[in-house]
Design a protein around this ligand. Sequence first.
Ligand code: ZN
Ligand code: ZN
Length: 392
Amino acid sequence: MPVVNSIADAADTLREWRHDFHRHPELGYAEHRTARAVADRLREMGFDAVETGIGGTGVVGVLHGRTGPGDEARSIMLRADMDALPIEEATGAAHASQTPGTMHACGHDGHMTMLLGGAQHLARTRAFEGTVYVCFQPAEEGGAGARAMIEDGLFDRFPCRAVYGMHNWPGQPVGSFHCRAGPLMAASDEFTIRLTGRGGHAAKPHECIDPVPCGAAIVQALQTVVARRVDPLASAVVTVTTFQAGDAFNVIPDTATLGGTVRTFDSALHTEIYGHIERIVREVARAHGVEAEVTRSKTFYPETVNDAGETAFCLDVARAVAGDGAVHDGVPPTMGSEDFSYYALEKPACFMLIGNGESAGLHHPRYDFDDAGTVWGASYWSALAERALPVR
Ligand SMILES: [Zn+2]
Ligand SMILES: [Zn+2]
């Protein structure tokens, strides 16, 4: 079974939908126009119910198969994300963002379109037995929109057996699928280190407590966390990405602020790493006579762990759509992170990667979702629902 014929016939419409999303990108929790467009399309398709405003701007469409609603065991959820990024677009495309400083640089416009394409086919044919929920979540890019929807009662209101997600993947051929059972994407969060010394004239350092060399020493010392404290067979990242201090050449500043990210595939290791960071910052700062405070961001994305059974099932679905040669099992995990992990903590889940060809990388100002991938992704979604909820 290659791409679904009716989806291939709808390719022009799907491209229009995708370009419309792309022209009007919205940041996390501000996806008002986007959510309205998604809800309108689901209603036009004849969905049995369309609920909006879940976890902020989230939308869930409810579609029953030919024999009516399914119980939890005969219900599944398919998820896409809706938010864009604070990036100035540089694609020069005709469908480029019309909102300065905001763009769909992670392909969530494509994710919505692929899921809408699959939904349209499922709504026309209803060749399944049970209930398919299509979930369009806000704020994947750091805002934990998945958690917001779950806390707003997502699984109480839409009880289901399993949840499925998908992300486009630049550098792999369009129409190819990539997955692995177990950890696929990393746990991730951010930290801020505030250093307070005593500023003064740059020519009189002995009368000051300079937070800059203290910050530099902390950056160096933090390199030992992964190198000396983490099992070499485990994976972890501790990266300092920002260092802000001072405004003038001749002034020693009062304060310095460092920021960075921690990534692992293991929440327990994550907590352990913060113990090392806090100890190093506290003791190095003390050696410099500087006061230090470490804060962890409120949004923690756990590691995304694919259920073994669901992953085998999804790989079979992908093979049926794209052929054996285009489906790759056991791909290496990535240190990128995804809030799909929150669904996977609640339900058996599988997060699939779909090739996006030779586009610029995710989050790059010249990145664009490849429209040729839409029919493959939409066919995957509809085939997945029909196989997960077969007509008995
Ligand atoms: Zn992203
Ligand atoms: Zn993304």
